[in-house]
Write a protein that binds this ligand. Structure first.
Ligand code: ADP
Ligand code: MG
Length: 244
C-alpha cells in the first residue's frame, strides 16, 4: 500500500530525512516513535506531498511520486492519504457537518445532499452526531480531533496518517480519541501513526518504527520492539518514554 524508497529531504542546509525506506502492507497499522526533531512529521508530510522531496520515491496504492513526475501524481496521492494533525486544523468558520461535507463537495464533486448524508454517517461513527451543527470553537479538544478523523475518513483514504493526534489533548480526552482510532484499526484501515501513547501502540500496532536523526534505527514487530529491541538506541529511548 505504501512504499518509500531512498527518501531524502532537507530544509536548506539542514538534512532532515536521510535515506528512509519503508513499506506498509494493506491493513497494517504502523506506529512511528522517535525523539522530537527526528523527522517524524516531515516524513508524513513528504508522503502526502505537503513537502517536496529531494530524492527517492514514494508509492501509494500503485501511484508513484519522485522528483520528476511530482506534479502529475501528487493530486492522486493526496486523494489516497488521509491526514490528521496534532492541532486538528478544522475550518473555524464552518459547522462540524460542513467541515466534513466541504471536502466531499469540493474534491469528490458530490452534491450537497449526498455529501451531508455521508458526513452525518461519519459523525455517528465517531460518536458526534449531536454536534453536527456546532462550530469547532464550541467543541472540546477530544471532540475536535474526532471531527478531524471523520473528515480525513470522508475521502475514503487508502492510508490514514496521524501525527501525534492526542498530544495536544487534556489527559481525560485522550481515551475517546484512541477509541476511535482503535475502531478504525480493527476495521482494517491501513494506518501510519506517530504517537507516544505506548499502551495504545502495544495494543494496535503490527509493526513499530523508531526513527532518530532522520534515519530509521529500528523496524520490528510490536512484541519484539517492546520486549527485546534490536538496537541500543531503541532501548534507551524506550526506557525514557516508558518510565515517564
Ligand atoms: P519531529 O516531528 O520528529 O519532531 P520534524 O519532522 O517536525 O520532527 O522536524 C525535523 C527537523 O526539521 C527539525 O529540526 C525541525 O526544526 C526541522 N523542520 C521541520 N519543518 C521545517 C520547515 N518547514 N523549515 C525548516 N526546518 C524545518
Ligand atoms: Mg512532529
Amino acid at each position: 500500500m505504501l512504499k518509500v524508497q531512498g527518501l531524502y529531504k532537507s530544509y536548506g542546509k539542514l538534512s532532515v530525512l536521510k535515506g528512509i525506506n519503508l513499506e506498509v502492507e494493506a491493513g497494517e497499522v504502523i506506529v512511528i516513535l522517535g525523539p522530537s526533531g527526528s523527522g517524524k512529521s516531515t516524513l508524513l508530510k513528504c508522503i502526502n506531498g505537503l513537502e517536496p522531496i529531494d530524492n527517492g520515491t514514494i508509492e501509494v496504492d500503485g501511484i508513484r511520486v519522485d522528483g520528476k513526475n511530482r506534479k502529475q501524481n501528487l493530486f492522486q496521492i493526496r486523494q489516497r492519504v488521509g491526514m490528521v494533525f496534532q492541532h486538528f486544523n478544522l475550518f473555524p468558520h464552518l459547522s462540524v457537518l460542513d467541515n466534513i461535507a466541504i471536502c466531499l463537495k469540493v474534491v469528490k464533486k458530490e452534491n450537497a445532499k449526498e455529501a451531508e448524508f455521508f458526513a452525518r454517517k461519519l459523525l455517528k461513527r465517531v460518536g458526534l452526531e449531536e454536534k453536527s451543527e456546532s462550530f469547532p470553537e464550541k467543541l472540546s479538544g477530544g471532540q475536535k480531533q474526532r471531527v478531524a478523523i471523520a473528515r480525513a475518513m470522508a475521502m475514503k483514504p487508502k492510508i490514514l496518517m496521524l501525527d501525534e493526534p492526542t498530544s495536544a489533548l487534556d489527559p481525560e480526552m485522550i481515551s475517546e480519541v484512541l477509541e476511535v482510532m482503535r475502531d478504525l484499526a480493527k476495521e482494517g484501515i491501513t494506518m501510519v501513526c506517530i504517537t507516544h501513547e505506548m499502551g495504545f501502540a502495544k495494543e494496535i500496532a503490527d509493526k513499530m518504527i523508531f526513527i532518530d536523526n532522520g534515519v530509521i534505527i529500528e523496524e520490528n514487530s510490536t512484541e519484539e520492539f517492546f520486549q527485546n529491541p534490536k538496537e541500543e538506541r531503541t532501548r534507551l529511548f524506550l526506557s525514557k518514554v516508558l518510565n515517564k
